[in-house]
Design a protein around this ligand. Structure first.
Ligand SMILES: *[C@@H]1O[C@H](CO)[C@@H](O)[C@H](O)[C@H]1NC(C)=O
Ligand SMILES: *[C@@H]1O[C@H](CO)[C@@H](O)[C@H](O)[C@H]1NC(C)=O
Ligand SMILES: *[C@@H]1O[C@H](CO)[C@@H](O)[C@H](O)[C@H]1NC(C)=O
Ligand SMILES: *[C@@H]1O[C@H](CO)[C@@H](O)[C@H](O)[C@H]1NC(C)=O
Length: 966
């Protein structure tokens, strides 16, 4: 039952001085949230209550009643096979009308990729509504040229007792996917396929959900884009129907593993039931469009997946600088003050953001003329730009629909959009009107070119007034605070937001503090506790009053005409009915597509449209987007942030598995609201978190309205911690940028789970409290309150196969006798290590990335146990879509380093030093560059066996060179 989950559905509105607005809430981690005032924005219908199928003890199991199919007319083709599948008995119509005849198409698309597609063979009345996912939105895998003579996946099928199939790994005969013993169910509103899995399987992916990295063997993953914050185990913003499974083989004395991936290219609402030794995949429509990837390493699975859905967009260099945001920056002066404070405390700030505060009445493309006027804003942004800093505002998809009875309520972006027919309709052709921030709102139809052109026009017109540098796409599930077209017939109630006459005030707001705040700040905690006690009492009084009603659930029956509002199968959507808190599922696109079929693609459509709108404005500048709702392939256009998390220690930890999952999903540009969004943060949590996020690609501090300020300069220790971590981040910027380039070029993940870099160690299968950046950097953050040490794992070190060097001291990590090593990590210190075998090109610390990019290079050679190392550096101008590039390859051993340069991009920075870590013997002082004796200054550090060679080269990477030392 939804109500018993202990999290509050919608809701409750936030209080802004003089204004009442509704924002969907998320619960905090297992704690009672007391952050918000219960005030509805507007008269809002609720959807009817539904009981999720997985929670319904009386629900029919389609496997018990459905007949399955028989294959006939099986033809082998050059690249696979085709067959007809016909229903093998009487229709069961379990949660839809059975489709009697299907086409099976099996295609070996590449050595590592198999495509299995099952579609209705003829359109009949019963399946006329079946939806084909357009490759314009979600790419499909194409047959790769070549013979595929070394294919690693093999497809076998059987008709006994009914049609089933296996996908096998050729090299070891392992059955990766097997429907043997289950029935294929294919109905107009329900598809089901079941595969067996090994005991205690290691499965990853299937997001977006807040959970540990390894999913466990007893969970239901639901895919339905929802504005559900960071509630644990509830479907939230994005939908990623891809899993990776890793199988360890310990049978032959030597540990090995093989990983593979399975992608269901289907955008409908889904439940994926992870159960003992099996997985059941259920979808509310669309087709069975399965891709299998053979790996065998986890990184290869991730890369093979992105070959199908698309590689991530290349990021601009400056987006790797620190981002500062909050909800509640009231006007330009406050924004300027934040920028000034960063400068005053010497903390690098690169990108300044605004939440919805800047808008006039929360309307897109329209700044509040008093608080956020254009001429003042332009001055502020010009001055940011002059300093090498940037500005990014929020944009929402809900477009205010003016009150037709009030001429002064005109809103031109709506008028233009409506005239060009840019918005979704109701089934009867009238305008679909939901409710979001500004009041009743219309929503763009991203499938339609008129909407895309209108959106590009509005962004351009607004950009002409305010030269911002990127778009932050919020609410893109798309969230709507009521069920159905709630604004139809209600527009006379607009405008909802007025300056006076609404109850409530910000003064009474009591926000939670992190767990164990009483330990870190006893005095303030005591005050907060007494305030919240009275709020809790009031809340529980309200709660008791409303608990005793018994619920009647809506239950629809299968029909040829689909019920898109309450489909017969009820997915385990955290918000309940499909239309609760989102655009209604019967909202209609111009081409007739219903939102039911593409709800999960709304955020992708918006990101795609915005990406091309940015390009139209600035054709050779890489668009910068951060989006809330994502789907398979969104990485081509956008990054993502783990929105509406909590200022809690648990939330900080969940950021790591979430970030790793988004690497698997092909959206490497990921970060969370650092120091936490919902609730108050505190000094210790913010200190640890500013340091942790410095090692995520997207590094942004963001805060909710009404919480205590949490910019790093609010606490002396957090200033210091942020600067310390940023010093490491700045040194590593060229490396991080190179990793993002490699992600863009090859799909390799930027942040990596330990198990991905060390796939043969089963002990790492669920490790998600530490991570690698690429192969070279290992981060072991402190995730607990009140400690000054952290237990860390150094993969391969105990076995003697790998070396690690402390970033700060450059000393080799001692070979330990145990697996977990206790590392000293007082507040303000984040343990970071260089993995032996890597060469890193680093630059200096500066206040902006622009300044840092003009500093001299240094090279760190971290030798492995064989006294060798290698590295790669990618360079370009950091923002053009097309332009000169440079690749620099490093190869080193104990007495030489070769630098080999390709490409025309000019980087004229010189070289300062080369540091060699892990040398067995002291270099004697003679250094040659390309065979010629070079003046050099060698410092040898006995405690850490590191040699620093001071060599001054005028230009480090304009040509290839080799340096030797003996
Ligand atoms: C699939 O593999 C299972 C397990 O090895 C086997 O029992 C079954 O017969 C296979 N089914 C097909 C269709 O090949
Ligand atoms: C699976 O989870 C459900 C619900 O949390 C629980 O009731 C059940 O006992 C679990 N089953 C197993 C095998 O752990
Ligand atoms: C801090 O608060 C927790 C409950 O939130 C309580 O269990 C604990 O005893 C408190 N500790 C102190 C030292 O007050
Ligand atoms: C906690 O205590 C310190 C010192 O008394 C204070 O400066 C700080 O602002 C307090 N609050 C938080 C949220 O850390």
């Amino acid at each position: 039952m939804k109500g018993s989950r202990g999290w509050r559905q919608w809701m409750l509105a936030l209080v802004f001085p003089g204004l009442i607005i509704a924002r969907p809430a998320s619960s905090s981690l297992g704690a009672t949230s007391i952050s918000y005032y219960p005030q509805a924005t507007m008269a809002a219908d609720k959807a009817l209550p539904v009981l999720a199928n997985v929670d319904d003890p009386s629900a029919v199991d389609a496997q018990d009643v459905c007949p399955g199919y028989k294959a006939t007319n099986v033809q082998t083709t050059e690249d696979g096979l085709t067959a007809d599948l016909v229903l093998a008995g009487e229709a069961c119509n379990a949660y839809g009308i059975d489709i009697p005849a299907l086409n099976l198409m099996v295609e070996y698309q590449a050595d590592s990729r198999l495509h299995v597609q099952i579609l209705p063979s003829v359109l009949t009345a019963a399946n006329a509504s079946y939806y084909t996912l357009s490759p314009d939105l979600v790419l499909e895998g194409l047959l790769e040229p070549g013979s595929h003579a070394h294919k690693e996946l093999s497809f076998q099928w059987s008709n006994e007792p009914s049609f089933s199939f296996n996908v096998t790994r050729v090299s070891n005969g392992d059955v990766l996917f097997s429907t043997t013993g289950s029935q294929l169910v294919y109905e107009n509103q329900f598809l089901e396929i079941v595969t067996s899995l090994p005991a205690e399987y290691n499965l990853y992916g299937l997001g977006e959900v807040i959970h540990s990295l390894r999913l466990g063997n007893n969970l239901t993953r639901t895919l339905w884009a929802a504005n559900a914050g960071n509630t644990i185990d509830i479907n939230t913003y994005g939908s990623h129907p891809i899993y990776m499974e890793t199988r360890y083989d310990t049978a032959h004395g030597e540990n090995r593993s093989h990983s593979h991936g399975v992608f269901l290219r289907n955008a409908h609402g889904q439940d994926v039931l992870l159960r003992e030794e099996k997985l059941t995949w259920r979808a509310l429509g669309g087709s069975l469009d399965l891709y299998f990837f053979s790996g065998p390493s986890p990184v290869e699975v991730i890369q093979q997946y992105q070959v199908v859905v698309g590689l991530p967009a290349m990021q601009r260099y400056h987006t790797l600088g620190l981002h500062q945001c909050r909800w509640g920056y009231a006007n330009w002066s406050v924004v300027q003050e934040v920028i000034d404070n960063y400068a005053r405390f010497n903390i690098p700030l690169e990108n300044m953001w605004n939440d919805i505060d800047y808008m006039a009445f929360y309307r897109d493309f329209d700044n509040d003329p008093v608080r956020f006027g254009y001429s003042e804003g332009r001055k502020l942004i010009d001055s940011l730009h002059a300093n090498g800093q940037y500005y990014i505002p929020i944009v929402d998809p809900g477009i205010y629909v003016p009150n037709p009875f009030n001429a002064s309520d005109a809103y031109e972006p709506f008028t233009r959009g409506n005239e060009s027919n840019a918005f979704l309709s109701n089934p009867d052709g009238s305008l679909f009107i939901g409710a979001v921030w500004p009041g009743y709102t219309a929503f763009p139809d991203w499938l339609d070119s008129s909407a895309r052109e209108w959106w590009a026009y509005e962004l351009q017109a607004w950009h002409d007034k305010l030269p911002w540098d990127g778009s932050w796409l919020d609410m893109s599930e798309a969230a709507s605070d009521c069920a159905g077209s709630c604004g139809s017939g209600n527009l006379h109630l607009q405008p909802i937001i007025t300056q006076t006459g609404l109850p409530g005030s910000a003064g009474n707001l009591v926000l939670e503090y992190p767990e164990e705040f009483n330990l870190t700040n006893a005095t303030e905690a005591a005050v907060a506790a007494s305030q919240s006690a009275s709020e809790l009492a009031a809340e529980s009084a309200t709660a008791t009053a409303s608990t005793s009603t018994s619920t009647t659930y809506v239950q629809s029956t299968p029909n040829v005409v689909r019920d898109v509002e309450y489909p017969p199968y009820v997915i385990n959507n955290g918000h309940g009915a499909l239309s609760e808190g989102a655009i209604a599922t019967n909202a209609t696109h111009h081409d007739g597509t219903l939102e039911y079929d593409i709800h999960n693609l709304f955020g992708l459509g918006e990101a795609q449209t915005t990406y091309f709108a940015h390009l139209a404005m600035e054709p050779n500048r890489r668009p910068f987007l951060i989006t809330r709702s994502t789907f398979a392939g969104s990485g081509r256009y956008t990054g993502h942030w783990g929105g509406d998390n909590n200022s809690r220690w648990g939330s900080m930890w969940f950021a790591i598995p979430q970030a790793l999952s988004f690497q698997l999903f092909g959206i490497p540009m990921f970060g969370v609201d650092t120091c936490g969004f919902m609730g108050n943060t505190d000094e210790e949590l913010c200190n640890r978190w500013m340091q942790l996020s410095a090692f995520f690609p997207f590094y942004r501090n963001h805060n909710v309205l009404g919480a205590i300020p949490q910019e790093p300069y609010n606490w002396a220790s957090v200033i210091e911690a942020t600067i310390t971590a940023q010093k490491v981040r700045f040194a590593l910027l060229p490396y991080l940028y190179t990793l993002l380039y490699q992600a863009h070029a090859t799909g390799s993940p930027v942040m990596r789970a330990l198990a991905w870099n060390f796939p043969n160690d089963p002990r790492l299968a669920d490790a998600d409290t530490q991570f690698f950046l690429g192969d070279a950097i290992l981060v072991i953050p402190v995730l607990e309150v009140g400690v000054s040490t952290v237990d860390g794992v150094f993969p391969g070190l105990v076995e003697g196969t790998d070396l690690y060097y402390d970033w700060y001291s450059q000393s080799k990590v001692d070979v330990p006798s145990t697996w977990n090593i206790t590392i000293s990590a007082p507040l303000g210190h984040i343990p970071v290590y260089i993995h032996g075998g890597n060469v890193l090109a680093v630059q200096d610390y500066a206040m902006t990335t622009r300044a840092a990019r003009q500093t001299p290079w240094s090279i760190i050679v971290a030798l492995d146990i064989n006294q060798t190392a290698e590295g790669y550096l990618y360079l370009d101008d950091g923002e053009s879509l097309v332009g000169d590039t440079k690749s620099v390859y490093f190869t080193a051993d104990k007495s030489s380093l070769s630098v080999s340069v390709e490409g025309d991009f000019i980087d004229s920075n010189g070289l300062d030093t080369i540091t060699i870590l892990g040398l067995d013997s002291v270099p004697d002082g003679s250094v040659r560059v390309d065979g010629h004796i070079q003046d050099a200054n060698i410092t040898w550090n006995d405690t850490n066996n590191a040699a620093v060679i001071g060599v001054s080269l005028e230009s480090a990477f304009q040509s290839s060179w080799t340096i030797t030392w003996d």
